[in-house]
Design a protein around this ligand. Structure first.
Ligand SMILES: Cc1cc2nc3c(=O)[nH]c(=O)nc-3n(C[C@H](O)[C@H](O)[C@H](O)COP(=O)(O)OP(=O)(O)OC[C@H]3O[C@@H](n4cnc5c(N)ncnc54)[C@H](O)[C@@H]3O)c2cc1C
Length: 415
């Protein structure tokens, strides 16, 4: 039985693990439907639901291939962490990364995985060329692969095997972490995105406080990595929630202690080590990408509803910004977006909270993260993306028998 990272998606279909491109082509040429697996870190039904799952983590390809000025060919099914290590060995690095690096590059690219930084696009925008296997098992020729076929496709147009990505010389980042108030973060966030290479903040539920993170390029030598206290903080938040069921006052006291214990942090390290961390406590997540001018008002309303109606929620709310790009299905197509992410414990009911907050995101013109939970359908999505119908036509053309399509995906990509 396959399950995703959060444990909310399952499949008991066979998993094929081709080890060569020829094996992969043969597997794809079979008539049954299939979905390709990355690292299983999506929360949505985009891997399960077909007759088979293809796991490409064992494909016999070098992790890095040919490099030209600022670009390098990579094994698209390698994990971001392994790619970061291999790039660093050649003096190179990803321009930006998200919170973790456990994903495969192909999985991350297919859902528009992003980090934060007003001038920094999502990972898919770093793809400059690709090698792919099409729905009939043939290798797609370079002429067939325009970038829109390789970027943000949820694996519905073909299977990525190698990708050429834009990279930068290896760099160090200084991370500064500070406690602030949510009122202050809301007033200053746009300026902070303008002033910092990477800026984001987490709102700690029921405290009025935020933790702001800034990253800047630096020539300073690496310092000792601080202890990763995220897991402890989330455990304390959960404890405060349980105590709050008995006494609101005690919950407030524990939360106060937690915010007082939050010390400012100043750490210098290699970019990917600073940007990414482990997330060891499982959660479920909904994230919408909003037009920057409305995001502040939306966040304020999210907090009002959280405080009023969802006392059981203890996971922080994460707020980031990503630069615009041009991919048909990229939530960042057409300009930068501010992303607001809400979470629940993986083992608890998410529905009441997510369903109460989602309309705020939707009414504000937000686009959902493709790998995170949402309840939109074809009708909603086609209104959100100017090129949505063109993408759907391309999908019909490249996969006319629906080999990569599942009922869950058909609800999103078929009228
Ligand atoms: C703890 C955690 C932290 C996260 N942090 C962030 C974050 O900071 N920023 C962010 O944007 N997202 C984040 N996410 C979401 C995550 O990055 C995305 O859901 C991403 O798609 C997961 O990548 P994966 O390799 O696990 O792919 P999977 O979830 O396995 O697959 C994702 C999609 O890619 C397709 N796919 C996989 N391989 C191929 C291939 N070779 N060719 C074609 N299609 C393929 C799959 O079929 C599927 O449609 C996080 C998720 C978790 C669980």
């Amino acid at each position: 039985m396959w399950t995703n990272w959060a444990g909310n998606q399952r499949a008991d279909t066979p998993i094929a693990r081709p080890s060569s491109i020829a094996d992969l082509q043969q597997a794809v040429a079979q008539p049954q439907t299939m979905r390709v697996l990355g690292a299983g870190h999506s929360f949505t039904p985009i891997v399960a639901g077909g007759d088979r799952i293809l796991d490409l983590s064992g494909l016999d390809l070098p992790i890095l291939g040919e490099a030209t000025e600022g670009r390098v060919w990579v094994n698209a099914n390698a994990r971001l962490r392994d790619l970061s290590l291999a790039l660093a060995d050649r003096g190179l690095a990803f321009r930006n990364l998200g919170d973790i690096n456990a994903q495969s590059l192909a999985g991350a690219v297919s859902t528009a995985t992003h980090g934060t930084g007003r001038g920094l696009p999502c990972l898919a925008a770093e793809i400059t060329a690709a090698k792919m296997v099409g729905a009939n098992g043939d290798i797609l020729s370079e002429d067939d692969i325009s970038l829109e076929i390789a970027q943000v496709t949820l694996g519905m147009l073909g299977i990525l095997i190698e990708a050429e990505i834009s990279v930068v010389p290896k760099y160090n980042l200084r991370r500064q972490v500070q406690l602030s108030s949510v009122a202050e973060s809301l007033v200053t966030m746009h300026q902070k995105w303008a002033d910092n290479r990477n800026f984001e903040f987490f709102y700690i539920p029921f405290t009025g406080k935020t933790v702001e993170l800034r990253h800047a390029l630096t020539e300073a030598p690496e310092s000792k990595a601080p202890r990763d206290l995220d897991m402890i903080a989330v455990k304390v938040l959960k404890l405060a929630r349980s105590v709050g069921r008995v006494s609101e006052g005690l919950r407030a006291a524990i939360l106060k202690l937690l915010t007082l214990a939050q010390s400012d942090e100043d750490y210098v390290g290699e970019s990917w080590r600073v940007l990414c961390s482990d997330r060891r406590i499982q959660f479920k997540e909904m994230e919408y990408h909003l037009p920057p001018d409305v995001a502040g008002d939306v966040l304020q309303e999210v907090l009002t509803r959280l405080h009023r109606d969802h006392k059981d929620i203890y996971f922080p709310i994460e707020v980031r910004q990503t630069a615009g790009d041009t991919a048909c299905l990229s939530p960042f197509q057409g300009g930068p977006r501010i992303s607001i992410a809400i979470h629940t414990d993986a083992s608890e009911d998410h529905q009441r909270y997510f369903e109460a907050i989602e309309p705020l995101f939707v009414e504000a013109g937000g686009r959902p993260h493709w790998g995170k939970m949402h309840n939109l359908t074809y009708k909603d999505l086609s209104a959100l993306y100017p090129d949505f119908d063109r993408f759907c036509e391309l999908r019909e053309q490249l996969d006319p028998t629906g080999k990569f399509l599942t009922p869950a995906l058909a609800r999103l990509f078929r009228p």
